[in-house]
Design a protein around this ligand. Structure first.
Ligand SMILES: [Zn+2]
Ligand SMILES: [Zn+2]
Length: 157
């Protein structure tokens, strides 16, 4: 059975919370190398990821990553998850908290058929709820400038 790494949203009220709808990480379904799932992610793995349902951003570490079955081909058709063919974007900006210049970075997903505009529209209205490493809310930032670049896969994959 083909497995791929996923996380569950850390917002307990979310439809992606633990045991519900898993969020697939931007990791190739068919790794180029024959790594055993236990090899990835590395121990130092730590990524801020925005939930595609509730837009809350949490930091995920190695122990948060679950290798789960990916949709299988059924009668020649891949079963679709809501996140099939999703795209991932790396959003970065300077924290605007007092005396804080931490460079904040997190990953945000757009679904199949959605353009990066979706991410750009959510940023200035504070849709993504997260904190910098010093605990300042993203909304301290005000409105941009934000850098948004497409993110393909994690290193070490
Ligand atoms: Zn969520
Ligand atoms: Zn800060």
């Amino acid at each position: 059975m083909a497995l791929a790494p996923h996380v569950f949203c850390k917002n307990p009220e979310c439809s992606c919370a633990d045991g519900l709808l898993p969020i697939p990480l931007p990791y190739p379904n068919q790794p180029k190398t024959n790594q055993h799932p236990s090899v990835w992610p590395p121990a130092y793995f730590e990524e801020a990821i925005a939930c595609p349902e509730c837009d809350r951003v949490f930091v995920y570490k190695k122990q948060d990553v679950r290798w789960l079955p990916i949709p299988q081909m059924v009668q020649g058709q891949a079963q679709k998850s809501p996140y099939s063919n999703a795209s991932w974007w790396l959003v970065t900006f300077d924290c605007g908290g007092y005396n804080c210049k931490i460079r904040v970075g997190f990953l945000a997903m757009t679904r199949e058929g959605e353009a990066v505009d979706v991410v750009h529209r959510k940023l200035p209205v504070g849709a993504y709820e997260g904190k910098c490493k010093s605990g300042h809310h993203y909304t301290d930032r005000g409105t941009g400038p934000y850098m948004v670049t497409q993110f393909f896969e994690f290193e070490g994959s």
